[in-house]
Ligand binder design. Structure first.
Ligand code: A2H
Length: 254
């Protein structure tokens, strides 16, 4: 853990279909969002899916504006002290889900190229940081790239979690940031160069994560959308503000 509070951007990913009876019932009369925590809001153009920890417990909580956020209890409590619930310090739990029940949801994600993306399982999602929901950007995050590649290549892994091929196979990394050292699909290049074998290849993935983060953040240039041609370090805050203004992102500390 670092020193001082970590500032995340929560990306509100709208649930528009799929899910079990509990989810269908929740969606009747409520706007339901998976609340994903990210450090890289400027990469949201490259989302291919949303990660859920299959063994994590989640809740659906009433947000300040009356909509519903799906996240861990820990993060809901923190949010309630940051103006993100209806009453300060109070969480309103509406429904509970285990991670497996949240897989295969049809989602609308802000800035994403694909109209619909799906919630999929990633083993390394931690219940102890962020919201327990993670946006997947396989072009720029080595963890995301390795976990998506596992689901694409391993039919047995998909079957274990009831993941349909069509939720995974059509979704390739999208070039969104050009870097001098690793080209425009930075995470893929680094994962291949380091010969990372799976999403569980931990020490190598930690190195990859560091390399990708530094390169993308300090040397990367956006090659898509409204800020095309600008440096990541200069537009990160602008892109985040644009998402906040549209009501699809929030600032969250822990
Ligand atoms: B980042 P830190 Cl493109 N468990 O977002 C595991 N990973 C989590 C998480 C959790 N509970 N909550 C958030 N994260 C991920 C984008 C991204 C991220 C890119 C590149 C690098 C990167 C798309 N995924 O993070 O340990 C989220 O992934 C590399 C640091 O709290 C979040 O930002 O510092 C990042 O880890 C937060 O990591």
């Amino acid at each position: 853990e670092g020193v001082g509070p970590q500032e995340y951007t929560i990306i509100l990913i709208k649930v528009v279909g799929g899910g079990n009876e509990k989810m269908k019932k929740l969606m009747q009369g409520n706007k339901v969002y998976l609340a994903a925590a990210t450090l890289r809001p400027e990469t949201m153009y490259g989302q291919t899916n949303c990660w859920i920890g299959p063994d994590i417990e989640y809740g659906a909580y009433r947000a300040a504006d009356g909509s519903v956020y799906v996240c861990t209890e820990r993060s809901a409590k923190n949010m309630s002290f940051q103006g993100l619930s209806r009453e300060v310090g109070k969480v309103e739990l509406i429904e509970t889900f285990n991670g497996k029940e949240l897989l295969g949801l049809e989602l609308e994600a802000p800035l994403a190229e694909h109209k619909i993306i799906y919630s999929l399982p990633m083993m390394s999602v931690s219940a102890k940081k962020g919201t327990g929901v993670v946006t997947c950007v396989p072009s720029d995050s080595p963890d995301d790239y390795a976990a998506l590649r596992d689901l694409k290549q391993k039919e047995a892994l998909r079957e274990k979690f009831g993941i349909k091929a069509e939720w995974v196979i059509p979704f390739e990394p999208i070039p969104i940031i050009e870097t001098p050292t690793y080209g425009n699909v930075c995470a893929k290049v680094i994962v291949e160069e380091l010969k990372i074998t799976s999403q569980n290849d931990r020490p190598k993935l930690d190195l990859a994560k560091e390399l990708a983060y530094k390169e993308g953040f300090y040397k990367g240039k956006i090659i898509i959308g409204e800020y095309k041609g600008e440096m990541v370090s200069e537009v990160k805050v602008k892109i985040r503000q644009e998402l906040i203004n549209k009501g699809t992102a929030l600032i969250y500390y822990e």
